[in-house]
Design a protein. Sequence first.
Length: 554
Amino acid sequence: MNIALTIARLRWALTWATLRKSVWQTVAYILALIVAVITVVGTAMAAWSIGSLDGMPAGGVLPSDYGTFAVTRGFVVIAGTVIMLATIFTQFMVFGDGSSMSLKKFALYGIPDRQLQVGLLLSGMCGLPAITGMLSFMVWTLSYRRMGAAVVITSLISAIFAVFTIISLSKLLFALLGSLVTSKRGKAMFYMVTVLGFVLLCQLPNIIVNSDAIHDATPDERGAGLRIVADIASWTPFGAAFQLPFDAARANLPALAGHLLVLAATWTVCFAGCLWCLHHERRITGAASRTMTIAGLGAFQHMPDSVSGAVSARLITYLKRDPRQAMLFVMPLFFVVIFAVQAHGESLAIWPSLITAGWLLAIAESNGIAYDGRGFTMEAIAGVPGVKDRIGRVRIYVGIALVYLLVMGCALLAITGDWTHPVRRTFALLFWALGIAVALCGIGLAEVTSTVFLYPVASMDKPFSSPQGRAVAQGFFPFIYLIGTFALLLPTGVVASILAIVGVIGSMFWILIPVALVNGIGMLALGTWLGGKLLDARMLSIVETLDSFASLQH
């Protein structure tokens, strides 16, 4: 136990050392504390309001279908399950396994495996996210304050159990990923599936609420469906902890024991799985290397024989091998599917997905030089002019955007049948033009932001890792691209406003098609030129920044 406590103290020692070293880390940590306080206080206010409802029971043994009690139980169990799943997915994508408190980094110190694993679990429970989660779940007990002392005590204990389950499952999944998924292609596929799963999880409530089954169901049928989903979720590791207070409220000791058994089995499996992964890694000294033979010049064979052509070939080669950026080209298609599911057969609700697609296509390019990493140093040594570099990158992204949106637009025309209706066909063409304009504005802006607002990215070989430091930049800089892209469409917005004021936008909206395209082309040209000038002026500074980013990835 002394070793476990030492590891927990080590976590905070490393945290304080980082804060003393970096001002930006200190600022980020203060912001995180503010967010944590707001989360806990907001949860407490919501819990107090729910606990004050007239229908909330006041003590005694309660039936499972007791009005407000049943609704509250369904909401808490289902919401808790979603929160736990979302937290695990977010841990994968945003934070990764970049923590200094991991099994691999302690493998050389001769610490017994069981004590090491206990220490890492304890250190995870002592972190700011875990403390915030426990306090938030604990203050939710205020919603049960009229149900009796047994429910309140059980709720406080279940809050600790819920957070411990999240940490245990996260560590098991990271351990399995590191031990079993060893090839770059396997990690890339796993990364894609995880990101798509997270997006689907975030959109699932909207899909369910907007589904025809929910709209056509009676209140009694909706209540019965809520109870069934809650019953199923309560017997999974993700919802069992949130069911415990309701078992105590009904004095259902067999159900309480069963849900505790689910949690205990989950913790045992996670603990044993982490130990097995550690043993598995120690038995494997190295993976067999494979030799790849590539015929011809690859992408260089299909690009112009020029400086910008070489930049384009290098970029397309990177994109084909980089799961971090390849995922962003799958995401727009995923959103089109979500738009289609929620449209309920109304085609006019699907076409705005083209704007979303164009908006997201160049988000990786907004930090493109950081994704290139030290490979960009080769350009600096060769003295590549900034404008040539920007033109080479623009060539690839514009080509991808045009083909992507053209194929997507044709597919939507065929699926919706709007190609047979003149007005709807023109309306679809407007949204296609707006999607192209958004994509061109985004690419133009990305050529500027990627030279000025750089932030660290995960290593290509370890897309789930998280580079330490500069958390503020990682969280804030992407919004410059996301917000700025639509700001560059201001000329199109002005024309649309004039048409609306005159009162002819309904009959002359087609005027926005050429306006949007000219707007996008103009911003693309301006961004390419300005980005090239900034790249020339900041070349040495960018190379130095990339060196510091590379050190953060290890």
